[in-house]
Write a protein that binds this ligand. Sequence first.
Ligand code: SF4
Length: 377
Amino acid sequence: MSDLSFRRISRREFLKMAAVCCAKVGLSSLLLTSCRSTAPLEEPSPSPEPTVSATPLPESPTPAGSRFEPAYLKLHRSGELAKRAEKLWAIMENCRLCPRQCGVNRLKGMSGFCRTPGATLMISAFHPHFGEERPLVGWGGSGTIFLTHCNLRCIFCQNWEISHLGIGRESTAEEMADMMLQLQKIGCHNINLVTPTHYSALILKALDIAAGKGLRLPIVYNTSGWERLEILEVLDGVVDIYLPDFKYWDSEMAAKYSSGAASYPEVTKAAILEMHRQVGVAKPGPNGILERGLIIRHLVMPNNVAGSEQVMEWIAENLPSDTYVNIMSQYTPLYKAYEYPEIARRITREEYEKVVRKAQDLGLTNLDIQGYWWLEG
Ligand code: SF4
């Protein structure tokens, strides 16, 4: 488990390993294409009008030994990582791990809004993911761990079986650490924790164990963006790559589509600034792989429900112009979206282009519009 070198694996070998990972947690291979983020369902056809894109990968990436040292390693060596895990663990006694601040005692098995079963860790799947942003995927994939339940519970969630129903399997921090090491062993470029907020204490425990056994991959905190500053401060020096959504500009929209989370815009803006303070602008290395930085995801929604242009304006006004912004086009009306006529369709090409043009006009230079092909003319 302490082999730190990256290596190429054959397609056959990869599929075999991915199947083992999925089988371990009892899920079908369907989950290989399921993600709350950017996973396309099929290979894109050539984009007719590529206007901008985030940093491309080189033709032949070289899997040379990386000198990268993840942020958490220093904290692990000093014993600070274990202390941080304990700090988050203690917060679960009167749970305030997320902005809901339910105050339930999860250490006694109580569940709050997120429905997480007390302090028990539940994982749906772990496997290399090839549908994330290119600097995360590279050639070996992003080592994704899907965590069950969610504190936001959007009514259009594409992973609603995992986030709303909590479908997954009970795991321990030790088992999660082994998953991280397995993902490293098969050549993934990072550990990508999907919807981590309500499990942050257990994640830090697992990370401390995995670091002691040789984990050296960067940690990706793949979050809705709705994070408390108090918790982000505990994660300072632990997380290498922050991957937050910026879902809504308007608090009424946030409340309507994300279970009453009216504070989403204000809380998320503050959270993104703190994330940027901690890890800075996302700058992939010469091999195209990202090891540190902030990537903001924004999902364009029908009828401007997300307030996309205002979101772009805020980013341009408050963050460097080369901030990596993934403008996502793949909104699909899933789960209960059909109960809301204004979001019961995909977006149009015109809606998407308007947001991209706005971002360009504002001077944002590091836009990821890889999803452009998705839209019909
Ligand atoms: S993590 Fe869950 S229990 Fe804790 S405050 Fe958030 S919603 Fe409530």
